[in-house]
Ligand binder design. Structure first.
Ligand SMILES: [Zn+2]
Length: 344
């Protein structure tokens, strides 16, 4: 072993021993100057590489470098320890460390589903409808029976329902139970309400299905309301939402709580009815379901169906939002990925 290597080894041991005695930042700075400064044994050894015979140079260079790395690593470890000690000392004195950077407040945004819902509220509000909230957890009677879907009736299979372990308590599968709550509260006055909120169905989740989704539902009850009122209201609603030229289309359908019933389509607002990818070339988008309130539902709500009539129309807010912002997967709305939500 060369003399210089022996000196390096002795220096390394001495340096590490000295480091043990270092107590604060000032002593550490001094240590750094002594053992890793330009004139220190280790650093000046780099300059002596020219004095080493050629064949020993690689081994020598490696040894000097290793010695330097050992000291630098020890220095970094000690520095972290001193910082930690200083922090603990300050904390134990109970003073606030104003040198720590604070956590900035992030600006929140309105969720895209609520943006769509707010737009709907704004439009129907102008048309004289008021918001009526009702529970998301319902009894079997409100979710089914009072909506003309008696126990054991096959129509119940139209909804994949979350039943709870409490007798007759379900998560509502639609906002329609709110119809009964509103009618019982306002009977015998006329009603014009919009029923919004979360609904739940036990469905396989995919791009266009979620177990939770948001629905809004219009309900009007009064003397002399006809199907023409339903159609006119929906046409007006669509024009206010999507533009003056927007057309709607009603297709005969079946729902237990309305008679007659119809599917509601709106002219594709992407292509204006010409046909595009969003409307799958047909020019129409499925928007919701509607119909005249079934006489039995009016009765359950307390209204005499011989005197009163009404209409109801429901639509999915999730689906409307998918279309509105051209989002390709409904599951984005509820998985709370900030990268997605920040775009609205
Ligand atoms: Zn289209």
């Amino acid at each position: 072993m060369l003399e210089i290597e022996r000196r390096l080894e002795a220096e390394r041991l001495a340096a590490l021993e000295n480091l043990e005695k270092v107590q604060d930042q000032a002593q550490l700075d001094q240590w750094k100057q002594n053992h890793l400064g330009k004139t220190s044994v280790t650093m000046s050894a780099f300059g002596q590489v020219v004095t080493v015979p050629n064949e020993e140079r690689p081994a020598f260079g490696k040894a000097v470098n290793a010695a330097k790395v050992v000291l630098e690593t020890a220095l970094a470890g000690k520095l972290a320890l001193i910082k930690q000690k200083e922090l603990e000392a300050r904390m134990s004195q109970g003073t606030i460390d104003v040198t720590l950077p604070g956590r900035g407040l992030r600006r929140g945004r309105i969720h895209p589903l609520n943006l769509t819902a707010q737009e709907i509220y704004r439009v129907v509000g102008q048309m004289g409808f008021q918001i009526y909230q009702s529970p998301e957890v319902e009894t079997d009677d409100f979710n089914f029976t009072f909506l003309n879907i008696p126990p054991h009736h096959p129509a119940r299979d139209m909804w994949d329902t979350f039943y709870t372990d409490k007798d007759n308590i379900v998560l509502r599968t639609h906002t329609s139970p709110g119809q009964i709550h509103a009618m019982r509260e306002y009977c015998p006055q006329p009603i014009r309400v919009i029923l919004p909120g979360a609904c739940f169905r036990y469905e396989q989740q995919d791009q266009s299905h979620e177990i939770e989704f948001m629905q809004v539902e219009l309900l009007a009850v009064d003397k002399g309301i006809t199907f023409a009122d339903l159609k006119g209201t929906l046409q007006d609603f669509a024009r206010r939402m999507f533009g003056e030229q927007t057309q709607i289309r009603l297709r005969p359908s079946y729902f237990p709580f309305t008679e007659p019933s119809a599917e509601l389509d709106v002219e594709c607002f992407v292509c204006g009815g010409k046909g595009c990818g969003v409307c799958h070339g047909g020019g129409w988008l499925e928007w919701g379901g509607c119909g005249m309130v079934h006489p039995r539902v009016l009765e359950y709500g307390g209204y005499d169906p011989e005197i009163f009539t009404g209409f109801a129309a429901g639509m999915g807010v999730d689906r409307a939002t998918l279309l509105r912002y051209q989002v390709d997967d409904i599951r984005y709305f509820r998985n709370n990925d900030i990268r997605f939500l920040e775009q609205f």
